[in-house]
Design a protein around this ligand. Sequence first.
Ligand code: ZN
Ligand code: FE
Length: 409
Amino acid sequence: KVIEDPTDKISSTGTITEYLEYFQDRFKKLRRLLRQRIDVKDAVSIAEALKASANSKVKVIAIITEKREIKGKIILKIEDLEANATVLVSPSTNQEVMEKARTLLLDQVICVSAFKGRDNLLIAEDFVWPDIPQKTPQKAQLPVYAALISDLHVGSKTFMHEAFNRFLLWLNGKFGNETLRNMAGHVKYVVIAGDLVDGIGIYPGQRKELSIKDIYKQYQAVATLLEQIPDYIELIIIPGNHDVSRKALPQPAIPRDYAEPIYEARKIRSLGNPSTITMHGVELLTYHGRSLDDIVASVPNLSFHTPEKAMKLLLQCRHLAPIYGERTPIASETRDFMTIERVPDIFHAGHVHVEKCDTYRGVLVVNSGAWQTQTKYQEKMRLTPTPGVAPIVNLQTVRATSIDFTTPA
Ligand code: ZN
Ligand code: FE
């Protein structure tokens, strides 16, 4: 069942007014989520906080518009719908608060607990993320499995034909030991979180690394693979940054003109990025994961090799793309589709090409790796991908098992 799909709701034209409405909607949605917390309930507006007498304690909900670290101090500029303020985080306050301040992302909405200083200055005492409450995930009544994959990059010379063929053989009960074959028979869903193809003109000099240089032919090649997935399996696909869809988030479903061969090959559910679905009652948020680049680049101690940590941070921010204006283009939709309003049972992303699974507050966090060996760009970035390994989720337990398809059984 499809719970959320932005495809038919996209209407932006890119005006300043739309962007203003977009950020106001983001702010309001996250403020509502923050207010559900007991420790944020008493937050006031910035204007009201600035009226408080010096040294009194105040709490405000705000969006972070600037962040600078000078001489061991962190200075933030924050604003809400009416006013703005400067927040000083000084190491003399508390080392833990300093660490929290370092992980703060630009354009994220947060609660600042502070002491009122002079003029519009607030001295930070603590920061509160919207976060997700601890939850017990919904579980399927039956022993059904979902294969969560992403980043095939068909058309690239580095696409792993053999490994992907083993994955298809496995789905057909023709690969692996008895346990694996038995498991394959229970797979009812295959979800692909984007980058089905390598695309055309995605980065400079890409042509040299392509084995298929025509975008239609790339999707045709994808279709010949996907048609080998047994008919009784539901196939759900969303676009990634290499697919033919607009680049700005949210991305509508891959247009039928391009995905036609896939539609012809078998029944598919082609949705936008991000989308929320339920599979046998288990709610899945599937998102390509472009913003993980920005998170890794701006948060200390996070790397491409720990995408699950970056994904946890997105859950804490309750937003899929907090940072605006870096590597992740965000469209001026007047409704913010990137706020994580519903807490899913499974949060699935790809893009990073490193397969990792973890749980955070009861939510299964999955980065589904890739089917492409190390690219020149990744080599330059010193990223060692873990391609050919697929996380398979048992929906009855909401636990993942990683299956390695890189070597013959
Ligand atoms: Zn990718
Ligand atoms: Fe990607």
